[in-house]
Design a protein around this ligand. Structure first.
Ligand code: FE2
Length: 351
């Protein structure tokens, strides 16, 4: 049977890449500490030597909208395009392409449905930063197949918090029953107190530091009883209007198991929201063995890398900027291109 090599829960602050790749005057004062914490956190996955990653996150209204909103969905595609235009524009995130793992997807779907979760599935899922941020922070070489698990934490009516915890328990049992010799890491990202588009969005800290303090304590000790006693669908509006993302942390507490103390816990008080990082090793820390960081197929400069590659985010053949189909200046671009919306050869309202 498969081995659960690591269980990891974290926030997914989308500005990490931009903040920590900035130089000179553009580099924010907190970038060095943030980068050091992420690199230490990354080592907790590297040492676990995973073969495949189950990635729990939530679509931020990119692919899933109110015309058809699944509560829990599992991707079963061979490949996943990743990140959306607004994530490139606002956060500087690269376009990515991630390999899927159809066999593990099929196992989780069949077993999950049989366990009482009427899971939706998608063969055409394009994942967003709730999945790609932890790839960038924890596995930047993006070399492992993934199974995306999406939850609805944005669009009421949402499942109850206890249902997230129950799904986490089910996912763990299903991975453990997967007939495979693969080492699986289960990684999930959620929100602590968070406000999006409201008056408390851009404070120096998260909108509710007291909630964050309690939440970090609940997660670090996987104290589901305490969390479930205080957290409800109604109460989660109070710390900030996007705090229902905490239910993804509750799912991961379900994966970790009741009262399973995290082997690694760290946090960082940042603008917008607190960062928090947790790792559990179900087979013991020694099971991870020796890890390696920075493989030969790194995420920068490779054939499909996000920078400069053939399908790269910037400058490539299909790149976002300057490429043949690029957004700006390209042959079909909307600005300045041959068929562009403004200034192009076929522009109808040319001066
Ligand atoms: Fe988010």
């Amino acid at each position: 049977m498969a081995t659960i090599a690591a269980i990891i829960a974290s926030t997914h602050h989308p500005f990490y890449l931009r903040a920590t790749t900035a130089t000179g005057d553009d580099r924010p004062p907190f970038a060095d500490e943030w980068q050091a914490k992420i690199e230490a956190f990354r080592e907790t996955l590297t040492r676990a030597r995973p073969d495949v990653l189950v990635m729990v996150g939530s679509d931020h209204f990119h692919q899933l909208w109110l015309d058809n909103m699944p509560q829990f969905l599992i991707g079963k595609a061979p490949f996943y395009d990743a990140n959306y235009y607004n994530e490139e524009r606002e956060f500087g995130l690269p376009r990515m392409k991630l390999r899927g793992h159809e066999d593990l997807s099929a196992h989780l779907l069949r077993g999950g449905i049989d366990a009482g979760f009427d899971l939706a599935f998608s063969n055409e899922l394009r994942v967003d930063h709730s999945i790609t941020c932890p790839i960038i922070t924890l596995r930047p070489q993006a070399d492992l197949p993934i199974v995306p698990v999406y939850t609805n934490i944005f669009a009421p009516p949402m499942p109850q918090p206890r249902r997230f915890a129950e799904l986490g328990r089910a996912i763990r049992a299903l991975v453990e029953s997967w007939p495979s010799d693969q080492r699986v890491a289960i990684i999930g990202t959620g929100h602590l107190s968070l406000e999006l588009g409201g008056p408390r969005q851009f404070g120096p800290h998260g909108p509710d530091p007291e909630f964050d303090r309690k939440a970090v304590g609940w997660i670090a000790s996987s104290d589901l009883d305490a969390a479930l006693a205080e957290v409800s669908l109604d109460s989660l509006w109070q710390p900030g209007n996007a705090t229902h993302g905490f239910m993804d942390f509750m799912l991961m507490m379900g994966v970790a198991g009741d009262n399973a103390k995290a082997d690694y816990a760290d946090s960082l008080d940042l603008f917008h929201t607190m960062e928090a990082y947790f790792t559990w090793y179900p087979e013991g820390e020694a099971g991870g063995g020796e890890g390696g960081a920075g493989g030969a197929e790194g995420w920068a400069g490779g054939a499909e890398g996000w920078a400069g590659g053939a399908e790269g985010w910037a400058g490539g053949a299909e790149g976002w900027a300057g490429g043949a189909e690029g957004w700006a200046g390209g042959a079909e671009g909307w600005a300045g291109g041959a068929e562009g919306w403004a200034g192009g050869a076929s522009r109808k309202a040319a001066p």
